[in-house]
Write a protein that binds this ligand. Structure first.
Ligand SMILES: C[S@@+](CC[C@H](N)C(=O)[O-])C[C@H]1O[C@@H](n2cnc3c(N)ncnc32)[C@H](O)[C@@H]1O
Length: 274
């Protein structure tokens, strides 16, 4: 890569970080450049410097660029190690805090898309509750929310293809899914733990006092003022000292970050301050 190209990529990286809280430094230059080329042709810009100028000055182009990055995908156990961290550093201490007192562990998968993240969390929760012992009288629920009714209908159905479950470890697949005609349906034990809501993260949260909010790979959709609004809505929905988990490329930027304490930088886990 030429030096001038590297410089332009660096300004794109800084722009996405500042305007969207989106950190693309983990992506290869080839990956980012592929989206740049995709957009360059469609935007009317004459060359790379011209396109970068346009990107840096236009909200609309920034949104189109983020979409062109094609990061609106989802998966079971997405990002190696992330859900081990969620289980060990978040769900386990939350359960521990309720031992003796009974009660409910409430988790929100905000922007759950077609359900893979929601069911992954439900599996982690189920395993941690079992680990804590059945006589603790603790109930665990996961609420999946999304703006897209189509995605939610898919999530509610809970039936996935072999390709879609390829990241699910075999012992978990056997325990938490039922194979039917080559498809994998989530087992009853998971269905009992989950519920669904059609919601817009830009609106006032309908539910509060969640112990944990998992909002991964969603903030990328929002421009800076909206990013702040969503992060503050997530804050309102959490109980004091509740946990927030973002996606691996996402960060808290601006004033809202002062309302959270960083717990795990790699897995983007934060704790709500009082
Ligand atoms: C890339 S997917 C992330 C899925 C999952 N959280 C993950 O990390 O694998 C982003 C999801 O956010 C949802 N979304 C986008 N804007 C939203 C909004 N304003 N309110 C609620 N959901 C939204 C989209 O419909 C999409 O399903």
């Amino acid at each position: 890569m030429e030096q001038s190209e590297a410089k332009l990529l660096e300004s794109i990286r800084l722009h996405l970080m500042k305007s969207r809280g989106l950190d693309v430094s983990g992506y290869s230059s080839t990956f980012v450049l592929r989206s740049v080329r995709k957009r360059l042709g469609r935007s009317g810009a004459k060359d790379l410097p011209d396109y970068v100028r346009l990107l840096l000055s236009s909200e609309e182009e920034t949104t189109d660029f983020v979409s062109a990055l094609s990061i609106n995908v989802t998966d079971f156990f997405r990002d190696e190690g992330a859900f081990e961290a969620l289980s060990g550093k978040v769900i386990r201490p939350v359960i521990r805090s309720k031992v003796g007192a009974g009660g409910i562990v409430r988790i929100w998968s905000a922007g759950c898309a077609t359900g893979q993240e929601l069911y992954t969390i439900a599996i982690c929760l189920d395993q941690e509750l079992r680990r804590a012992g059945s006589n603790e009288n603790i109930i665990g629920t996961v609420t999946g929310g999304d703006l897209s009714k189509t995605a939610l209908a898919f999530a509610r159905k809970g039936v996935y293809s072999k390709e879609q479950v390829k990241n699910v470890p075999l012992h978990i697949l056997t325990e938490y899914f039922v194979e039917k005609d080559g498809m994998y349906e989530v087992a009853e034990v998971l269905r009992r733990r989950v519920r669904f809501v059609n919601e817009n993260l830009l609106d006032e949260p309908r539910s509060r006092f969640f112990d944990v909010v998992v909002c991964r790979n969603v903030l990328i959709y929002f421009s800076r003022p909206m990013h702040d609004q969503v992060v503050m809505n997530l804050h309102r929905s959490l109980r004091p000292n509740g946990y927030l988990m973002l996606g691996r490329t996402e960060s808290l930027v601006g004033t809202p970050r002062f309302h959270y304490e960083l717990l795990d930088a790699e897995n983007r886990i934060f704790k709500r301050k009082e």
